[in-house]
Design a protein around this ligand. Structure first.
Ligand SMILES: [Mn+2]
Length: 347
């Protein structure tokens, strides 16, 4: 039932790269999410069970609500630990990139990868991989990179090396990339995999609570403020958008990760098709956008066309380098230009 991602030549390439490698670096994308953390740390636990010395390096910090993931405390963060991360990266025998395959997802680590001559494996589920790799495992149909990792480890025949910790990481990635199995999650294989992870002893109810019922009082109040005072609902386009400014973030003692999931909320409105959030970055002069949709509406297309971004059909993101007012005007233009898809959508 599970996909076998490696054909025979890829399989021998895998062994050629991994069997002789001791120091294996695992990299996830900037602003690591549950899947980036889940997929890299699942691979981390597996490689440890193989008696390798894996190290997970992320371009920057992961949100607080992921600190329960087994192994997360050992993750190196380039922003806080540049010298150490660089030293360790230089000693790598092999590099595995997980949950990204585009140049702009890893900040300054881009250059590290560019200059590195180490064998490189990429495992990802985003469309149109750009990065070069000795071995590319890409499947845009997979719900998450963590799902691909599960299938790979199973194909490699290392089921016995998959610990409960490893299973927890995989479940976390699959759950968070599907919003708790509410979108992009209709393939039966997903539930077969979950049944196998449960056999490993994971507590999936607890993982859900750790991720989704882990808000601060401030984040709860921010959520109420946004829905009450900031959300704009455009009835005729069945679309909502809202913005968060830096001042508002200060007012609600905003912490990294507090914006996570807010963009999904307006999709609970009956008949709603598209939701867009705009947030001023806390450090840089730019606006971060998130898009979520239901049904066939292509968030990734809109994000690429208007917001310098991309992603998946139902979940995408982008960046605008302008003021909030200008960004809101661009969002309104994008919505109007996509009117035919929004007005006729029978989702
Ligand atoms: Mn992912």
């Amino acid at each position: 039932m599970l996909k076998k991602y490696l054909n025979s030549s890829m399989l021998s390439l895998w062994h050629q790269i991994i069997d002789d490698a001791q120091n294996i670096i695992l990299i996830g994308h900037s602003s690591p999410d549950g899947d980036a953390m889940g997929a890299t740390l699942a691979m981390f636990h597996y490689l440890k069970a193989l008696k390798k010395s894996p190290v997970v390096i992320m371009p920057n910090t992961f949100p607080d609500f992921l600190c329960w993931i087994p192994g997360s405390q050992e993750v190196l963060n380039v922003q806080h630990n540049y010298d150490k991360a660089w030293r360790i990266f230089q000693k790598a025998d092999a590099v595995i990139c997980l949950d990204f395959s585009a140049y702009n997802r890893i900040d300054e680590m881009n250059q590290w990868l560019d200059e590195s001559r180490r064998p490189r494996i990429i495992i990802d589920h985003h469309l149109n991989p750009e990065l070069n790799a000795d071995l590319l495992v890409s499947d845009p149909q997979a719900c998450s990179t963590s799902e691909i990792v599960y299938c790979l480890l199973t194909q490699l025949g290392y089921d016995n090396l998959m610990t409960k910790e490893c299973a927890m990481c995989i479940y976390c990635g699959m759950m968070t990339d599907t919003g708790g199995f509410i979108y992009n999650s209709n393939r039966p294989e997903i539930y077969y995999i979950i049944s196998q992870l449960l056999e490993k002893g994971i507590d999936k109810d607890k993982i859900y609570r750790n991720v989704y019922n882990n808000y601060s009082v401030n984040r709860m109040r921010l959520m109420g403020y946004i829905l009450n005072e900031k959300m704009v609902y455009l009835e005729e386009y069945k679309t909502s958008y809202f913005s968060i400014t830096r001042d508002e973030m200060l007012r609600f003692h905003f912490k990294k990760g507090d914006a996570e999931g807010l963009v999904n909320l307006p999709l609970s409105i009956k008949g709603s098709i598209l939701s867009v959030s705009l947030r001023e970055d806390s450090e840089k002069e730019l606006i971060r956008l998130s898009l979520r949709s239901v049904g066939e509406f292509p968030c990734n297309k809109m994000a690429a066309e208007y917001f310098n971004g991309g992603g998946h059909l139902n979940a995408a993101g982008g960046t605008l380098y302008c003021t909030m007012e200008e960004a809101i005007a661009i969002v309104n233009k994008a919505i109007k230009d996509y009117a035919p898809l929004l007005k006729d959508n029978k989702c």
